[in-house]
Design a protein around this ligand. Structure first.
Ligand code: THU
Length: 160
């Protein structure tokens, strides 16, 4: 028997103001997307902004449904839109922010497991890491240099 230890390293910025100017502006676009989320059931609004290598910025937000599982998270809305519209483009950076009407989000909100799996697919496809920044509505901003760091032991095509 051997034991495998996996380490996840995140960079944490104290606030939006500590971010490099281009990332701060990407996060502001995620905030804008967040304000347009359709989340009447959870009242938990999430916004995502993707910066592509062709210079495009793709926005996404969560889209809920009265049949709850039919809804989709902000991250997947954005990443699937990017995949559909710009199939050749690589995703360089991703900014995520979440807010809730019943619980102030003051610490970084990471992408859920299903979204991590979806983001992993694109990171593997493009053979280039995606830098991911995530936060609540205020407070610190966490950054992972790649999705791989957030989803070790990923399930990918090598298992098929
Ligand atoms: N949600 C996201 O948009 N992204 C995540 O990573 C976690 C959860 C959405 C789904 C649902 O509309 C609401 O937040 C509450 O789970």
């Amino acid at each position: 028997m051997k034991q495998i230890k996996i380490e996840t390293v995140l960079q944490v910025f104290d606030s939006l103001d500590e971010l490099p100017v281009n990332i701060k502006s990407l996060m502001k676009k995620a905030v804008e997307a967040r304000s347009k989320a359709y989340a009447p059931y959870s009242k938990f609004n999430v916004g995502t902004a993707l910066l592509l290598d062709n210079g495009e910025v793709v926005l996404g937000n969560n889209q809920e449904n009265a049949s709850y599982p039919s809804g989709l998270c902000a991250e997947r809305t954005a990443i699937y839109y990017a995949g559909a519209q710009y199939p050749q483009a690589r995703i360089l950076k991703m900014a995520i922010t979440a807010t809730s009407t019943h619980n102030p989000t003051t610490s970084p909100i990471p992408p859920c497991g299903a979204c991590r799996q979806a983001i992993a697919e694109y990171e593997i496809k493009q053979k280039q890491p995606i830098e991911i920044y995530f936060m609540g509505e205020s407070g610190s901003v966490a950054m992972s240099k790649s999705l791989e760091n957030l989803l070790p032991f990923v399930f990918d095509k090598s298992a098929l």
